[in-house]
Design a binder for this molecule. Sequence first.
Ligand SMILES: *[C@@H]1O[C@H](CO)[C@@H](O)[C@H](O)[C@H]1NC(C)=O
Ligand SMILES: *[C@@H]1O[C@H](CO)[C@@H](O)[C@H](O)[C@H]1NC(C)=O
Ligand SMILES: *[C@@H]1O[C@H](CO)[C@@H](O)[C@H](O)[C@H]1NC(C)=O
Length: 310
Amino acid sequence: MSTLASLLRCNEVVQGLTIMSSLKTSASFVMTSVTVWFIVLLLCPGQLGAQLGTTPNIKHIVLGRCYNYITLVNPAFRYDCDAIWNQFEEAVVRQSSCNVTVQDYHHMFKAMPQTWPCDRFLFWSKTRTLMHSYAAVVRHFWTLEDTLVGYMFNDLIWCGQEGNSGFDFSSCPEWSTCRNHPVYSLWRQASQNFAEMACGNITVLLNGSIVNAFNRKSMFGSVELDGLNPLRVDYVNIKVVANLDGPFIESCSQGSIVDLIEILQSRGFRWTCTDTDQMLMILQCIQSPLQPSCQTCADSLLHRRSLTFN
Ligand SMILES: *[C@@H]1O[C@H](CO)[C@@H](O)[C@H](O)[C@H]1NC(C)=O
Ligand SMILES: *[C@@H]1O[C@H](CO)[C@@H](O)[C@H](O)[C@H]1NC(C)=O
Ligand SMILES: *[C@@H]1O[C@H](CO)[C@@H](O)[C@H](O)[C@H]1NC(C)=O
């Protein structure tokens, strides 16, 4: 796990505590939360000692997200949220925090089967922010975060403790320190299911500004790619996107993307690859319109507008 992810976790807890302290006004509670706040701040920067524990209020968050999903996001789906929660809890608690395998989640996944129309699957690696704006604009895209399991568990942390029927809210191990990390095992299985379900044209969004844009150790490289079925997938459409201001490290003809293409070819997939996708560039330019590389784009848009209005 990267330092970034650990810092994100810290922020989550700090946020959680801030919300809690603004809700409760009792003086003693404020005192306690100030103290906890202080401890969190002490622990976060150094990243010494144990990781933060299970996300506070996890049960309310997970159940709330599940009900939100089946009621407002995708009312067509029928799921028993309480049953899913029970299966989840069953898989995690009473286990040592490094001993939850993908098989332990088997019953939970059985309680939430999901399929989706073809041509909509979007995979990504190290392009999370851009992926979100892309998926928001091209509305039909479907990412792991749009599946019920992805929606329910996004950004959460959890682990159990041996011989105890609850979650461990004080600390959870890092992903890298155990083979069967409860969070990793769930995402591994979720990613595999997602990939196995993929059909038609699929899109893969990779980051051209880093070395190993296609990383065999990433979830895409280690799980999803192997789960894709050449008989179900028509085309793997790869889109490599570098930051507007570079560095320009990898492209369709350079670096690890070439390895990805070789793997796809050897497994019988048809593929395309672009490192100059206009829509993605426009989305980046919306975030930073003053980038020199955005000027032509802005000019042509202005030009088009003046043509329309004249
Ligand atoms: C891990 O889980 C398995 C099966 O659930 C159990 O047999 C084993 O004793 C556990 N190991 C540890 C170290 O908790
Ligand atoms: C590529 O990865 C870097 C480092 O993780 C990140 O800062 C950047 O936003 C990513 N670029 C894109 C286009 O997603
Ligand atoms: C699938 O991708 C191929 C290659 O990019 C394209 O020619 C075809 O039109 C796409 N089909 C659909 C249904 O999007």
